[in-house]
Design a protein around this ligand. Structure first.
Ligand code: PLP
Length: 452
């Protein structure tokens, strides 16, 4: 497909990296708008959201982007889910359904309120919650379902909403990956009782750390506000604490940065959508590569990570780790899949600290298997989203790199097999090549460690 590059010697076999001398767009991105708003917070002396209005204004603007009535600005995208569960009065003795393929926080948020996370399998193609598996896992203790919009795409939100309504369950959307996502015109985070968003440093809008809760329900907003603010009642005396609640407020610094990031977001979102669609079309032409599926009803799709399925059988048996090393060596920024949560020591050993003691229902997570989540963890490739902000011609280097690896897969696989115990040396070689690349084309700001 791209003969001028494909035939070349791959970088992992000492060829010249495809991206030699070129850099990807840096992440995070900022300019004078962040500087100006940060300066305003500094000079105002109102550094806490208890005194200033940057974070609350941002949360309202962000909620509008997602089509939700209310937005609250929080510390991070883990405690947002804790606050959402608490606001729905979910706690000890209750079960919360969570997909197996996600960042651990989706499940640990349930633990934080002393509820029991029930892990269910995902759809093999979209990697999102399998709604039928969620329904099959319901018990009389189930109080909530937390779908994760993996990589910015969603499960069948109509079916899930209908299930939650029928069984009177809270629907809490983990939208950490889904800023800008829409399901049949409705913003992610506006379909469930709550939407939970993260703004940590790799996210599509970021203040280094940060979180937002969205909701359309006035009562739930008030309960969440109270939980996030030490159990206070909005508008009442500062030292009136009506219920239990920690302090989970965002700072004004984060609010200022996020207001600036939000202005830049719509154009970035459009670019990532276009580049994502381009990659989908081109990578799908390569035997053994299958882009993450997305229900066409997800009519606007955030692209937090670009995810595709990898079939080693079409790459001369080259294992996923070898393929990823080879891609990295070409200068493609590769992340890693989440493990399936049932395989984490935390769950296998039930190491929940003071949570889920005696009376709480406990699950033997070591006895659970989630075949589709486990298979996906072992066979999907997660690419860093800043690459999707590059020009189309640059983005096509990813396709060229995959094609080049495929054309040389047998040699790469042989090399890896011969290396045997020397596998780590190969990894070191790939890392060195990537390091050389970075040095050659140092980005304006270091991209930092990648994580999906
Ligand atoms: C799917 C998912 N849920 C929750 C989180 C937690 O967000 P945070 O790191 O802001 O606590 C993240 C991000 O790290 C995530 O990717």
């Amino acid at each position: 497909m791209y003969p001028e590059r494909v035939g070349d010697q791959p970088a992992i076999l000492n060829g010249t990296p495809l991206r030699s001398g070129k850099s990807w767009p840096p992440w995070p991105q900022w300019d004078d708008s962040e500087r100006q708003l940060l300066g305003e917070v500094l000079e105002s002396g109102a550094w806490s959201t208890a005194h200033g209005d940057q974070a609350s204004r941002w949360a309202a603007e962000f909620a509008q982007l997602q089509g939700a009535r209310h937005g609250l600005a929080l510390t991070n995208g883990t405690q947002t889910m804790e606050a959402a569960l608490a606001a729905c009065d979910i706690g000890q003795g209750d079960e919360v359904i969570v997909p197996g393929l996600t960042f651990v926080a989706t499940a640990t948020a349930a633990l934080a309120v002393n509820a029991t996370p029930v892990l269910v399998d995902v759809d093999a193609d979209s990697l999102c919650l399998d709604v039928a598996a969620a329904e099959a896992a319901l018990s009389e203790r189930t109080r909530a379902i937390v779908p994760v919009h993996v990589g910015g795409t969603t499960c069948d939100m109509d079916a899930l909403r209908e299930l939650c309504d029928r069984r009177e369950l809270a629907l809490i959307e983990d939208c950490a990956h889904a800023q800008g996502t829409r399901w049949r015109g409705r913003g992610a985070g506006s379909i469930g009782e709550f939407g939970s968003f993260s703004f940590e440093s790799h996210k599509l809008m970021t203040a280094g750390e940060g979180g937002a809760l969205t909701t359309g329900d006035d009562g739930l907003r008030a309960r969440a506000w109270s939980y996030v603010n030490c159990g206070r009642v909005e508008g009442e005396h500062w030292y009136h604490h009506a219920t239990y609640g920690p302090n989970l407020r965002m700072t004004e610094w984060q609010g200022a940065i996020l207001r600036a990031q939000l202005r830049r977001f719509p154009a970035q979102h459009r670019t990532r959508e276009e580049r994502g669609a381009l990659l989908d079309a081109e990578l799908a032409k390569i035997p053994g590569i299958r882009p993450q599926a997305s229900d066409p009803r997800t009519d606007s799709r955030a692209r937090y990570c670009y995810v595709f399925h990898y079939d080693a059988g079409e790459f001369a048996g080259l294992p996923l780790a070898g393929f990823e090393q080879a891609l990295t060596a070409e200068g493609v920024e590769v992340g890693v899949s989440y493990p399936s949560l049932n395989n984490l020591e935390l769950f296998r050993e039930g190491r929940f600290g003071p949570r889920l003691r005696e009376a709480a229902p406990r699950i033997d997570y070591a006895a659970i298997s989630l075949p589709r989540a486990e298979a996906a963890a072992a066979s999907t490739v997660w690419l860093a989203h800043p690459m999707l902000l590059a020009e189309p011609e640059e983005v096509l280097d990813i396709v060229r790199a995959v094609s080049r690896i495929q054309a040389n897969a047998a040699a790469i696989a042989r090399r890896i097999e011969r290396a045997g115990a020397l596998g780590p040396r190969l990894a070191t070689a790939a890392r060195r090549t990537a390091g050389r690349l970075k040095a050659l084309a140092a980005p304006a700001s270091p991209p930092g460690p990648r994580r999906p």
